[in-house]
Structure formats: C-alpha cells, structure tokens
Design a protein around this ligand. Sequence first.
Ligand SMILES: Cc1cc2nc3c(=O)[nH]c(=O)nc-3n(C[C@H](O)[C@H](O)[C@H](O)COP(=O)(O)OP(=O)(O)OC[C@H]3O[C@@H](n4cnc5c(N)ncnc54)[C@H](O)[C@@H]3O)c2cc1C
Length: 623
Amino acid sequence: MRVATLALLAAQGVYAAAPAASPAAAGGAHSAAPAAAGASSKGASSHASGPDPDDVTNWYIIKCLLWAWLAVAGSTIAYTMYMHSVRYIRTVACLNDHNQKFFARPVGWQGALKKHIFDAPLFRTRHHREFRLSSAINNVGTLPSRLETIWILSYVAVSVALTVMNIKWGLGTVKVCEQVIKRTGFMAIMNMIPLFLIAGRNNPLIGLTGISFDTYNLIHRWLGRIVAVEAIVHGAAWMIEKVYKGGWAAVAKSEKTSSFILSGTIAACAFTAILFQSPSAIRHAFYEVFLHFHQALAALAIGGLWVHLEKFQHQREIIMGVLAIWCAERVIRLVRLIYRNVSGSPTKAEVELLPGDAVRLTLHMPRPWRFAPGQHAYLYIPSIGWWSSHPFTVAWSEDSVSDVEIEKGLSVSTVSRLDVLAPRKATISFIIRRRTGFTEKLYSRAVREPGGRFVTSAFAEGPYGDGHLMHSYGTCILFAAGVGITHQVPHVRDLVIGYNNGTVAARRVTLIWIIQAPEHLEWIRPWMTEILALPRRRELLKILLFVTRPRSTKEIHSPSSSVQMFPGKPNVQSVIDQEVEGSTGAVGVTVCGVGGLADEVRKGCRAWMGKVNIEFVEESFSW
Ligand SMILES: Cc1cc2nc3c(=O)[nH]c(=O)nc-3n(C[C@H](O)[C@H](O)[C@H](O)COP(=O)(O)OP(=O)(O)OC[C@H]3O[C@@H](n4cnc5c(N)ncnc54)[C@H](O)[C@@H]3O)c2cc1C
C-alpha cells in the first residue's frame, strides 16, 4: 500500500511539475521519448515547449489504473472487516446461547452472493481438482473459480482498453508505433508494482483482505502474463517502427550500439522466458528449478529495465519501488528466520518415521511460538534441502520451560511455579508426507537411520497463514483427506478447549477424515489421544473416519459412538446434509485435502447457501 501511494505521488508529481518546468520535470518521460521510440527525435522537438501530450495521457491512464487498484483493495478490505466484525459479534453473542437460533438464519443477499459468486466454481463443480495429462504429468492446472474468472476477464479487458485508449490510429505506422511503445511501456512497469507486491509470502494484503496466498498467486500469474505481453508488444512496436524506417539492418545496428535498446531487449526476453517457464505443469513437476529460474529471470528483467530507463526518471522511480518491495520482502523473511531460530541454542528438528510414507517432524524452537490453528511455516533443513524452503502446516505446538531450568535439577513443581517467569520455548510439530523432492530425501534419511529417527539442524520461518478461526460457528464441520488432517487437528483442539473455557460459539464439531489405510491414524495418534482425553469433548466432538483402501474388513472398527470408522469414501453431500439438518447456529465448513474433495465439499455447502447461515473455508496445499 505504501508503495502504491508512492507511485501515486510519483504520478501526481509528474502531473504537477510538467507544465511548469517541462524539460526537467517531464524530462524522464518527455526528453527521453526519442530514445523510447528508438530514434523519434521529431517527437521530442515538436513538444519542446511543453509536456508531450502522449505522456500526459499515459500518466493519466496510469493514475486511473492506480485508483482502480486502490478501489478494489479498499472495498475488499472493507468487506473483510465487516465479516470479521460479524464473526466477532456472533462469537460473543453465542457464548452463553445454546440454541443460537438468531444466527442460524441465512442473510439473504449474502447467501446468494456466496452461492453464485464468492464460493462458486466456474461451472458446476470443478475448481481445485487438477487437470492431468498422464500419471507422470499430473498437474497441468486447475479451473479458476467464478469470482477469479470475473477478476481475470475484467483485468485483461481493462488492460487491453487502457493500452489502446486514445491511440491515434490514423497517424501512420511510425506515429502509431511510437504511441504504442510508450503506452505499453507505461502499462508494463506500472503493473509490476502489484506483480511484485503480491508475489511474496509477506504480502500485507493477505491479512488485510483475507484473500489466501494461493489466490494471490493466481493474480500474480495473470499480472505477470499482462506485463510480459505488454513488454512483447512494446518491443514488437519498436521493431516494426525501426524496420519501417531503416530495415532490419537498423534493428541490428541499434542492438549492437545502443545499451538502451539492448537492455530493453534483455528485459523483454526475460519476461517472455518467464511466460514460457511458468505453466502449471512445469511449476509442479520441477518446483525448485522453476523457482530459481523464475527469480533469476525476474532479476534480469529488473536489471535490464534499470539500464533501459536510465533517462526516464519517473519510470525508474517506479522500478526502484518494485525493487524496494522485493528487497523488503526478502529482508522481512530473513528477520523472521533469525528471530525465530537464533537465540541461545539453535533450532533442532527431531524426525521420526511414520507408517504410510510420512514422517513426524518436531522442531525445538529457542523462542516462543504464538500458535493458532491454520498456521504454516517454511522449513529449511540444510542437510536435506540446502537453502530451499517448503511450507508445512503446524499440526501441534507445545510451550516448554527452558531446558536450563530442567538441567539445573529443579523439580517439576518448582518449574511449574517458575513457569510464568521462565524463558519459554516452543516445540512445534508437522506431519510431512513423502513426495518426490525434498520430502522424499527427508523420508529416505529417516528410513536409513536406526529406529527411523534422527535429529538435525533446521530453521522455521513463520508463522504464516490467514488463520480463519472457527470460533464463531455453532456447528463446525471439518473435512480432511490424508495429510490435510494437519490443518484440522489444531482446529479440533482449539474448539474443544474453547468449549470448556466458554470462549467459542461451537456446540457441535464433526471431523471427517478420509485416509487410505488405518496405519495413517498413527500420524496424529498422540495428539488425538490428548484431545479425546479433554473434559466434555463427548458433548461436542464427533469423528468420522473413512478408510478408502482397507486390506480387510477386520481393520474397520469403531472405537466408540463418537469415533466411528467406515470403509470406502464418504458421500460428502449426505454428510453435510445430515450435519446441517441437526445444526446449531451458524455452520462453518472447512476442507483441507485433495482438490476433488474440496470441490465436493464446496458443492455440498452451496446446496445449503441461502437456506441456512453457512460459510465455506478452503485450505489448499498447493499453488
Ligand atoms: C500452505 C501449505 C501447507 C502445507 N502443509 C503440508 C503438510 O502439513 N504436510 C505435507 O506433507 N505437505 C504440506 N504441504 C505440501 C508441501 O509443501 C509439499 O508437498 C512439499 O513442498 C513438496 O516438496 P517436494 O520437494 O518433495 O515436492 P515435489 O515432489 O518436487 O513436488 C510435489 C508438489 O509440491 C509442490 N512444491 C514443491 N516444493 C514446493 C514449495 N517449496 N512450495 C510450495 N509447493 C511446493 C510442487 O509444486 C508439487 O505440486 C503444504 C503446502 C502448502 C502450500
């Protein structure tokens, strides 16, 4: 937001200063115009006494774009704040209300909006289920949701309109090219501000707008495509103009002799390369390779633009802003990493092999970790993955008093009394499912180690995640598939503890976990044992386990009426119908797992939107 304001001021600064001191103030945009057009010195001389009208129009367009972004961001923030207030009021109002009838009623317009726009897939059901080409290429993308599609189409339409607006098409090839060169140049660099702002893990808009990193990644990809296309059109228009005037020899000569042209070409080529290296299939198949090339190409593009815009002071300021955003994000990451892991004894990771191709990783952190459901952290384990970092959901967390106290031989009761004053540490745990890269190496190392356990140095960066808590719903339905349970376990613990303490509206919580084999239960056994031992949990919590590939029916047995096990997959719609029919107050449904399950759950919820007060929350493990 700060950078957006900076850009706005830059745009206004140009405006204010241009008429008064054209050669200097508009110098960046105006006096360098010949360079932008390659050799259009006529353009410069014809406006020697005032600002170039093309530039005035271009800055005006950029300003409009900026206001449009601020309007969209502002209205989303306002809506998010409204929803936060609604949830807060609902939680407080329902603390001692066991019927919660008032909040069970749907709010008509909201139900319709959620059903048809906010939570709607593009067509009938499909949104997060990946398209597959073959078993080897198993993720060639997903279908954007209806709201995402509306956003994408609107933004592309606005970009095309702004790119061609006020271009005087009748002035002949050279003049048209000159206008197009400038306009596309402006559009490309201006779009780089949000492109870089929303690319980072520390994007401030995630918290402010409640939009997930996953969705911001989608927006980032489309902004990137627009920037790349603008850059390509920019270069193509320059080339057409050059060939028109002096043939291909003139193009070659400019590339050889002008650092301005060469640097622009490098930047445009870098953007084009990004366009071709970032499709979903490549990203998912070779994530680390993709990421490193992506960052190198982005740096090359910025470097190229920096040289290219040497004589364009104001445009260069925008690039400086973009660079500042990128560097600030990296610095914040570094600070978080150092703060979390470097204090006295450094972070240690205890890795333990689990059945079902997974490991439990427990981090002993030197500093406290303010744990909340829905958090994830980026793990760095140099002995396994060098400097690469991977996101994993924090499945469990415990505070502990300093080891020093324990080493000093203080009794447990003394330690408890010292608890409040002692320097607190935290242990946070993750369940990591084996995939093919970093996770495969981690798993293989655990397999090789005696007892399937080892300790190694690690670093955690976080916590991240928008943390949509389930406190305000009288009825909570939590769906998980496989390792997606890591997202739901903290919610379950949070709700049962909250129910006991009287700090949540929840009166009915149902966890539905779909696993392939019963041994996967082992992943969360110690934590579930703790949750099941909490007072009054039977009044609140029901667990439904679905085992999709049991080896025999003997494996399927329900330990109690509140923990039931079934073979096969659940009928998601029936489960939701049953829970909603017996619900109390507002219903919150959350899902974490494979895309296909998320789509089914969304469909099940949409069937009730407008009839009851129901909200759907999705957590995805991929972007
Ligand atoms: C918010 C979030 C929370 C997650 N929580 C868990 C969890 O609790 N337990 C768990 O087992 N998995 C979790 N994942 C998935 C986990 O991050 C990936 O499985 C892991 O990074 C794969 O590493 P790999 O090198 O073995 O991947 P590969 O086998 O190379 O690729 C497998 C998939 O993981 C994706 N991937 C690879 N590296 C990264 C990365 N650095 N960042 C994002 N995606 C990547 C790839 O695009 C591909 O789709 C989570 C993912 C996200 C985004």
